[in-house]
Design a protein around this ligand. Sequence first.
Ligand code: GDP
Ligand code: ZN
Length: 457
Amino acid sequence: NPLAHSNDTIVAQATAPGRGSVGIVRVSGKHAKTIAKKILGTCPTPRQAIYQGFYDRNNNIIDQGIALFFQNPHSFTGEDVLELQGHGGQVVMQLLIEECLHTGLVRLAKPGEFSEQAFLNDKMDLTQAEAIADLINASSTQAARGAMRSMQGQFSKSINTLVEKVIYLRMYVEAAIDFPEEEIDFLADGLVQKNLVDIVSLLNEIKQQAKQGSLLRDGMQVVIVGRPNAGKSSLLNALSGKDSAIVTDIAGTTRDVLKEHIHIDGMPLHVIDTAGLRDGADTVEQIGIERAWQEIEHADHVLFMVDASEEKEEQPDAIWPEFYARLPKNMAMTVIRNKCDLSQEAFGIDISDTYPVIRLSAKSSMGLEHLTQHLKDCMGFEQVGEDQVIARQRHISALGYAEEHILLGKDQLEQQMAGELLAEELRIAQQHLNEITGEFTSDDLLGKIFSSFCIGK
Ligand code: GDP
Ligand code: ZN
């Protein structure tokens, strides 16, 4: 691996900061044993919990708790690891960490550094390390299960199967090139073509899995806009009532933008209710309006909500020209005609115009299924299967690059019987696939991935 092993012994609190009944300080590296002796007076037998006082350098007791020692390579990081499970107060945790640092043998861990060590010591590959972060951050049962499957290596396994097929084909093609007098026969016998078709079809299966897995992780950003009383809050309640509780961010000044997190069949939906959005506001309101516009510009989808009992027009440009004029071009948007119980319009979806129109009643939830299905369709989200893994945008991109190179090589074979060009494209495709599991990854990328983890992970 390109990244040099750090020889340092590192320490961090492994549990979340704050108060809890238990707090864990983790030490990893070659000095972990020495630290154990200093704080506990002894190093615990590997994998045996001891109940013990934790002492500072003046022999004052800091806390009393459980200590565990893991001898390398049989630990999370692959190094010697000491875990001190004390009482989860910030002072206790801080004192323990300071005691470790005071020895001069240990430094504070950087974010994600324990996982990075585990990766560098081949305890897990990159997708598995990422899955740990995704498991911790999972916002739905489906996402957590997907993260578990990835963590156990299910996603890496399909990538590795694909890589093996590419390697086999590369060997075959390169062997053909080495026997120039027979090269054309080799390449023309149909076996290479058949293998290429197989590889592309497996790659697409995996890409589809990754796409679903990344939706499960990141979900979609939906902004609801509409005049006061259109029924925006009622829609939020209706959507959340179906599946999970509403979580509301009360960040900063509240009345401008309200964010809620809900799920549709496990796909996170970050809904932004832009109550403050209207024409001709005063200066204070203007700030809220600008924030609302920022949200709209970054959204995956805008729900344009109107009160159907009052509004006869159906398309946004006719209903609210000032809004429409500022809307980014190509923005995915759906008109929600709410209160169809009052307007007596039939519930359902109509996709015949520029922007689809959905007729529903937020208050009674009638017609709501058309909206949830529509949002899933727009993102290409399907029912979560038994073997769904978690994935990230970076995996999808790498799969996409690999596919491009394979198809390019396939073209070159078909048009010019150019075995060497095909071999080269397959080599590059394999590199992109190897990036996913971290077999072939730049320091920059690794740094970026692990630094987004929390400290102590
Ligand atoms: P917001 O200002 O856009 O968030 O609108 P609200 O969700 O607060 O709704 C405004 C009013 O319209 C409330 O009195 C709701 O009960 C009512 N309302 C919302 N949706 C419906 C609906 O589908 N049918 C009827 N009849 N009333 C609705
Ligand atoms: Zn939030």
